[in-house]
Design a protein around this ligand. Structure first.
Ligand code: NAP
Length: 502
């Protein structure tokens, strides 16, 4: 078996378990029967049914019968497991049996007829990723089993390094399946195949995972393209915390795929930016040998990453935030693409030079907008609920402040840089009432969930032209793509990828 995405069946009802085997066979390269999700009697029925020609499964099958204390679903006494494997009569319908290390070592001392060429010797740690994985692999490789599987819990992204070291160590020895569970371990699941592991697991659908942090088969195959990525493939990603909500993997992976590039873009859940940069990113210190080309940087690391950047470009310096890292030779170069992402779509609709622009809100995105507008010599007023907070921004860009309530349409362009109207925050609300929109030529809402906010609906009703936040989201990502690859980004592809998922 080589370069395989394996889907575990985790159904607890016999009829759905049977049905899912055939569904999994259609979408995955191999199917893992999690026998411990059924009773022993039901599992025996499943194995027997696989001998029936019409039920025969064409893809490789792995059978697992794991006790609860090792991550399984049922309390299965050691002696019951021993009896199960001793009497097991299904060797001819399965490709592999996943048997835990304690049982493998016990079975190896018996005269039971075990088809060792079909045994994966497995070991799991659901609490952490210990430091002795290589010694453990060697012990497991010494058993008669054909394959070694080690799965641990990543509590922080740095734990992934030990999984990659393990895969490297196993080269030329017994095949290995190695992964780190949990969200910080995602990169081990996405990169394992390209680095030489035998398989990676993907769930049939969200909610059907057999372990935490397991992506779906579709994500592994179509989003991260784990089967196509080579050992030297280009790696990009976004660092943040949390990061699982980020739309950037959708946009950048769609772009890489459309250009047929040997590359992937991954979410990296990073809590400690210093140790991530040192261990994974900076070419002078990193411990992982990989072709990392660039990073997006999101909350809360846009400021804290700056001390680790060798060259910070002028815009990022002026904004005081880096949202893009490019690895150039032995150096890290930091950029901020939010400004161009925010203002370019505006430039395409209106000439802001001399135009009266109302910037609503005075946070991070307002800062990027004010910088872009000051370069274009727009006549800016910052409308905020807290004028004291807004004043430093106004001073920096030599603009005025005014209270949010005082906005009565006295602008050519109004830009919402607050979360008012955002899904999960205050969807349906608007920072400006519809009456105050009359006379405004263009209303730009930076929010992109929902794509059409209450503000944009009201603006259309008031006869204004409108621009939604997806333009900025895609615009800043397109500029990142250009910085990393030197290529014009396939903006339409990126737009479709992110819009379809809104
Ligand atoms: P931020 O730094 O937290 O700033 C938010 C600003 O909105 C602050 O000035 C805040 O005022 C103000 N505000 C918050 N709630 C308010 C309310 N109920 N009434 C009046 N003012 C309120 O956030 P940000 O990074 O600038 O992001 C703002 C929004 O822009 C986000 O919600 C996001 O949807 C959108 N955004 C979009 C993109 C894109 O790519 N399209 C990129 C970045 C941001 P206080 O300081 O008084 O709290």
């Amino acid at each position: 078996m080589n370069s395989i995405i394996c889907a575990p069946i985790t159904e607890t009802k016999l009829h759905t378990f049977l049905a899912k085997i055939h569904e999994a066979e259609r979408i995955a390269d191999a199917v893992e029967l999690r026998g411990d999700y059924l009773t022993e009697g039901e599992l025996t029925f499943v194995i027997k049914s696989l001998f029936v020609p019409s039920q025969k499964v064409q893809k490789p099958l792995i059978l697992t019968y794991r006790p609860r204390e090792q991550g399984g679903q049922k309390d299965i006494m050691f002696n019951d497991r021993l009896r199960f494997w001793r009497k097991f009569g299904g060797w001819n319908v399965i490709t592999y049996a996943d048997i835990e290390l304690d049982m493998v070592e016990r079975l190896a001392k018996t005269r039971f007829r075990i088809r060792w060429e079909k045994v994966i010797c497995s070991w799991h740690d659901f609490a952490e990723t210990p430091y002795d994985l290589i010694a453990r692999y060697d012990r497991m490789a010494d058993t008669p089993a054909a394959v070694v599987k080690i799965a641990t819990k990543a509590n922080r992204i740095g734990d992934c390094l030990r999984i990659f070291e393990l895969i490297e160590h196993a080269k030329g020895k017994k095949p290995v399946i190695a992964l780190a569970m949990g969200l910080p371990g995602l990169m081990t699941r996405a990169l394992a195949l390209s680095r030489g592991a035998m398989l990676t697991f993907g769930s049939l659908r969200p909610g059907a995972e057999s372990a935490s942090g397991q992506p779906t088969v579709a994500e592994l195959r179509d989003l991260y393209r784990v089967k196509e990525l080579s050992r030297d493939g280009e790696i990009f990603g976004v660092i943040g915390n949390p990061v699982s909500h980020s739309r950037s993997p959708l946009m950048h992976n769609a772009a890489l795929k459309s250009l047929n590039r040997d590359g992937v873009y991954l979410p990296f859940e990073v809590d400690d930016v210093a140790s991530f940069v040192c261990g994974f990113v900076h070419p002078k210190t990193r411990k992982l040998d990989w072709n990392l080309r660039g990073l997006s940087v999101t909350i809360p690391h846009k400021l804290s990453i700056i001390p680790f950047i060798d060259v910070v470009d002028a815009t990022a310096k002026a904004i005081g935030a880096v949202n893009t890292v490019v690895i150039e030779g032995d150096e890290l170069h930091g950029y901020n693409t939010d400004v161009i992402g925010a203002v370019k779509p505006l430039d395409e609709m209106i000439n802001v030079k001399g135009a009266r622009v109302a910037v609503i809100g005075a946070g991070g995105s307002a800062r990027a907008i004010c910088y872009g507008l000051s370069q274009r010599e727009a006549d800016v007023t910052i409308y905020a609920r807290d004028l004291k907070k807004a004043q430093p921004l106004a001073d920096e860009f030599k603009t005025r402040t005014a209270s949010l309530e005082s906005f009565k349409g006295q602008a050519d362009v109004a830009i919402n840089c607050t979360p008012i109207g955002m899904h999960g925050h205050s969807e349906g609300q608007s920072p400006i009432n519809v009456e105050s929109l009359k006379g405004v030529k263009l209303v730009y809402d930076l929010i992109y969930t929902p794509e059409e906010t209450a503000l944009l609906r009201d603006a259309k009703q008031a006869g204004c032209r409108t621009l939604g936040g997806l333009a900025m989201l895609v615009g800043q990502a397109a500029e990142q793509f250009r910085l990393w690859t030197g290529l014009e980004a396939p903006v339409d592809v990126m737009w479709r990828a992110v819009s379809m998922n809104s």
